[in-house]
Design a protein around this ligand. Structure first.
Ligand SMILES: C[C@@](CO)(OP(=O)(O)O)[C@H](O)COP(=O)(O)OP(=O)(O)OC[C@H]1O[C@@H](n2ccc(N)nc2=O)[C@H](O)[C@@H]1O
Ligand SMILES: Nc1ncnc2c1ncn2[C@@H]1O[C@H](COP(=O)(O)OP(=O)(O)O)[C@@H](O)[C@H]1O
Length: 300
C-alpha cells in the first residue's frame, strides 16, 4: 500500500464536569464526547522519514515541526512497533484550530490509523488507544468517535448509546484559546469563589436524552464547567451564545475549552438557519452546520 487516507471528526462536549486539580496538573473529568460531521482528512504516503504538511482554511495556524500532534503520533506508533518507519503526512484541515473541537487530537488519531495501515502493522484499536492516551487526553476519543463518556483525564472511555441524529451549528470565533490557560482560569475562579469542588457525576437526564434522541431534552441538559473560564478570558462569547439562543437554539454552550460555541438545533434545516444567522455576528469568524454522532477514523 503506497497511500492511506482517513477522515477524522471533530467533537463537542455535551457534558464537561471538571473535578479538583490533581497533583499531576490535570483534572479528573466526566467528559461526554460527541463526534460531529466536521472532518479533517489525514493522508499517509510512503516516504523515507516522517514529515507533515497542512492545507485548508486553518493551515497557517498549525505547526509543521515536531509540535504537530500528527507527527508525534506517527513517531509514537513507530516506537511502539520497535522499528524506524517513514510517512509523508498530508493534513487537510477543516476543524478550527485551538477552538475546543479537538482538531489536533483528530489529526493525531488519523495519523495513528493511517500509519498502522500504511506500515502493515495491524495493531488492534486497544493498542492504538494506549498510544493515543500518551499523546493527549482527547486523542483516545478521536480514535473512537460516536458518543462516549471519558473519565480520568478524559482518556478512559465507555460508549454511550444514542437514538438517532442530533443537529448542530458551531460559531467559530476569531482566534483560539489555550486549553491549559482555560483550565488554569477555571481553578483561579474557583479559588476566588472559595467553593469546594465536587467530584464530577455523570448526568442521568443527559444520558436519557441521548438514548432517546430527544433534542429538546438534550438542549436543556448541556453543561460545561469550563464555560465560565472561557467567558472570563473571552467576554465577547456571551454575545455569541445569546445570539444563538435568540435565534431559537434548543441549547447553547462553549465547546470544551472554547472559543467555538455550539448550538443544538431541532433538525438539519434549523441547524443551517442557525449557522447562517451566527455567521453574520461580528464576534464570529465563520459558522458551520453539522450532525452527530459520526464514527471515528477508518482507513480507505
Ligand atoms: C478541554 C478538553 C475537553 O474535551 O478539550 P478541548 O476543548 O481543549 O479540545 C480536554 O479536556 C482537553 O484535552 P487535550 O486538549 O487533549 O488536553 P491535553 O493535551 O491532555 O492537556 C493540555 C492541558 O490541559 C489541562 N488539562 C487537560 C485535561 C484534563 N483532564 N485536565 C487538565 O487540566 C492541563 O493543564 C494540560 O496540561
Ligand atoms: N495537527 C494539528 N492541528 C491543530 N493544532 C495542532 C496540531 N498539532 C499541534 N497543534 C497545536 O495544538 C494547539 C491546540 O489545537 P487544537 O487541537 O486544534 O485545539 P483544542 O485543544 O482547543 O481542541 C494549536 O494551537 C496548535 O499549536
Amino acid at each position: 500500500m503506497s497511500s492511506v487516507t482517513v477522515r477524522v471528526p471533530a467533537k463537542v462536549n455535551v457534558q464537561l464536569s471538571v473535578g479538583p486539580l490533581r497533583e499531576d496538573g490535570y483534572h479528573d473529568l466526566v467528559n461526554v464526547f460527541h463526534a460531529v460531521s466536521v472532518f479533517d482528512e489525514v493522508v499517509a504516503k510512503e516516504s523515507e522519514s516522517i514529515t507533515v504538511s497542512v492545507a485548508g482554511d486553518w493551515a497557517d495556524q498549525v505547526p509543521v515541526d515536531d509540535g504537530n500532534l500528527a507527527i508525534q503520533a506517527a513517531r509514537a506508533l513507530a516506537k511502539h512497533a520497535g522499528r524506524t518507519y517513514g510517512a509523508e503526512l498530508v493534513i487537510h484541515k477543516s476543524i478550527p484550530v485551538a477552538g475546543g473541537m479537538a482538531g489536533g487530537s483528530a489529526d493525531a488519531a488519523g495519523a495513528l490509523v493511517a500509519c498502522n495501515e500504511l506500515w502493515g502493522l495491524g495493531l488492534p484499536l486497544e493498542d492504538l488507544m494506549e498510544i493515543a492516551a500518551d499523546l493527549g487526553s482527547d486523542v483516545p476519543f478521536s480514535l473512537l468517535g460516536g458518543t462516549a463518556v471519558g473519565t480520568g483525564r478524559g482518556e478512559r472511555l465507555s460508549d454511550v448509546p444514542t437514538g438517532g441524529q442530533f443537529h448542530w451549528a458551531f460559531a467559530v470565533a476569531q482566534g483560539g484559546l489555550s486549553t491549559a490557560k482555560v483550565y488554569a482560569e477555571c481553578d483561579r475562579l474557583r479559588e476566588t469563589a472559595g467553593v469546594e469542588v465536587p467530584w464530577p457525576q455523570l448526568s442521568e437526564p443527559l444520558l436519557a436524552a441521548l438514548r432517546t434522541g430527544d433534542a429538546e431534552a438534550l438542549g436543556a441538559e448541556l453543561s460545561n464547567d469550563l464555560q465560565a473560564a472561557a467567558l472570563s478570558l473571552r467576554p465577547d462569547l456571551s454575545d455569541t451564545l445569546e445570539a444563538g439562543r435568540r435565534a431559537g437554539a434548543l441549547g447553547a454552550l462553549v465547546s470544551g475549552s472554547g472559543p467555538t460555541c455550539a448550538f443544538l438545533a431541532g433538525d438539519a434545516d434549523h441547524a443551517e438557519h442557525l449557522a447562517d444567522t451566527l455567521s453574520h455576528l461580528p464576534t464570529c469568524r465563520t459558522a458551520l452546520a453539522a450532525h452527530g454522532p459520526v464514527p471515528g477514523p477508518r482507513p480507505s
